[in-house]
Design a protein. Structure first.
Length: 164
């Protein structure tokens, strides 16, 4: 597992840009809320630590991870949103439902990013167990929410660098 080799909350501070005037949308799945609330807290705090203003972070929830794509699209279509962070958790069960949901969410989030030409970040855990999810939502492997937030910041930095 990649997160057993690298803490999700560890990242390079190279090439971080000023985000004090950037607006972020965070869309959070209510399903597995013990996990997703921890992911949200990590993402939110990471944005604040790197200069985002509270008033520039818009947070909304959707019922489950499957709905993240449409929620992200509604945020991304807003011209005042610079990046969207999608946070969810789909835990492997006994049926193929897991496969269908994960595939749909990954494709949906990618499509929203390409359609609106802005960062739409996949901060969705896909663990085998509830404990693995907790380990990646602020536990021993760090917080995927931290990683998702810093990814949004770095993608905004990449765009800024390419436009110069």
């Amino acid at each position: 597992m990649a997160s057993s080799l690298k803490n999700l909350s560890s990242y390079s501070s190279k090439n971080l840009v000023d985000i004090s005037h950037k607006r972020f949308g965070i869309i959070v799945s209510e399903w597995n809320d013990e996990v997703t609330e921890a992911l949200y807290h990590g993402a939110y705090q990471t944005l604040l630590e790197h200069g985002a203003r509270e008033k520039n972070i818009i947070s909304q929830t959707v019922p489950g991870s499957y709905e993240l794509s449409l929620g992200a699209q509604w945020l991304a279509e807003r011209s005042d949103i610079d990046a969207v962070i999608c946070l969810g958790c789909v835990i492997q069960g006994e049926t193929r439902h897991f496969d269908f949901i994960c595939d749909a969410v990954a494709h949906g989030i990618t499509n929203v990013s390409l359609k609106y030409n802005k960062p739409v970040i996949f901060g969705v855990l896909t663990p085998d167990t509830h404990q693995q999810a907790l380990d990646r939502a602020g536990g021993k492997h760090g917080n995927k929410g931290d990683e998702a937030a810093i990814t949004a910041v770095k993608m905004l930095g990449l765009r800024q660098n390419l436009e110069q």
